[in-house]
Design a protein around this ligand. Structure first.
Ligand code: AP5
Length: 236
């Protein structure tokens, strides 16, 4: 399955991408995480991206498209992937379609998580991340089971993302409305866009997405069965 998760900052893309990757056995691919790793490594891309990310703007399309192309060619993406944070502009969406078509592939579905700005700001301002393993938590909606201890690795140091301050969050939201939301009609016209209410709880959102994708997977396998029968011809 090849999926895209779209939505404004804080909509829950990373949260749901992790669940979907586990459910369908596909690779989670977060361009935000990839860029943060480049920044941490002090690479050339990281140096170019750092100031842009800190300002809340988008990193140039050509950098993102070549980075994503390399990533989805990796062996762990062979069984499928879920893209979290890519594409973010119409040129990125078009480049992704071309890239997949050149390999005889296509996206199966694009899931849009919709949420109002006030909720997004509350979610982002309460987010904290384990410094050791990167697990993401929220003061109110997803606290650690034991206060001050990461559920996954037992780490006790937590950090906030450099771009989670109020000024940058406002700029990220503006960039979403200005540059990413205009991409929705592109996928709607392809009949691939699933609108999901991202204002529900994490579990309710996960269930709503799974219901749509399971139905799609069922349809695809039924189409495949019919095609196979047609190809073989009727049994005599
Ligand atoms: P990126 O890392 O992709 O950040 P983002 O899109 O701003 O999204 P977030 O990671 O902030 O939020 P999320 O939707 O994943 O929410 P989460 O699940 O964490 O990008 C960062 C920057 O990199 C960009 O600004 C840009 O500069 C650059 N960049 C990246 N990709 C690019 C591209 N393709 N082109 C150009 N530039 C690019 O949830 C948030 C919090 O809410 C968590 O604490 C979570 O526990 C909680 N939560 C989640 N769901 C719920 C729920 N249903 N109810 C209550 N709380 C919830």
């Amino acid at each position: 399955m090849r999926l895209v998760l779209l939505g404004p900052p804080g909509a829950g893309k990373g949260t749901q991408a992790a669940r979907l990757a586990e459910r369908y056995g596909i690779a989670p691919v977060s361009t935000g995480e990839m860029l943060r790793a480049e920044v941490a490594a002090g690479s050339e891309i990281g140096c170019q991206a750092q100031a842009v990310m800190q300002s809340g703007s988008l990193v140039p399309d050509e950098i993102m498209i070549s980075m994503l192309g390399r990533r989805i060619a990796a062996p762990d993406c062979k069984r499928g992937f879920i893209l979290d944070g890519f594409p973010r502009t119409v040129p990125q969406a078009e480049a992704l379609d071309r890239l997949l078509a050149s390999r005889g592939l296509a996206l199966d579905a694009v899931v849009e998580l919709a949420a109002v700005d006030a909720a997004l700001i509350e979610r982002i301002s309460g987010r904290f991340i384990c410094a050791a393993c990167g697990a993401s938590y929220h003061d109110r909606y997803k606290p650690t089971r034991v206060r001050g201890v990461c559920d996954l690795c037992g780490g006790s140091e937590f950090i906030c993302r450099a771009d989670d301050n109020p000024e940058t969050v406002a700029a990220r939201l503006a960039a979403y409305h200005r540059q990413t939301a205009p991409m929705l009609p592109y996928y709607r016209e392809q009949g691939k866009l699933f609108d999901i209410n991202g204002m529900e709880t994490m579990e309710e959102v996960a269930a709503a997405i799974a219901a749509r994708l399971d139905a799609l997977a069922g349809e695809t396998s039924r189409r495949f069965d019919v095609a196979t029968l047609t190809h073989r011809g009727p049994r005599v």
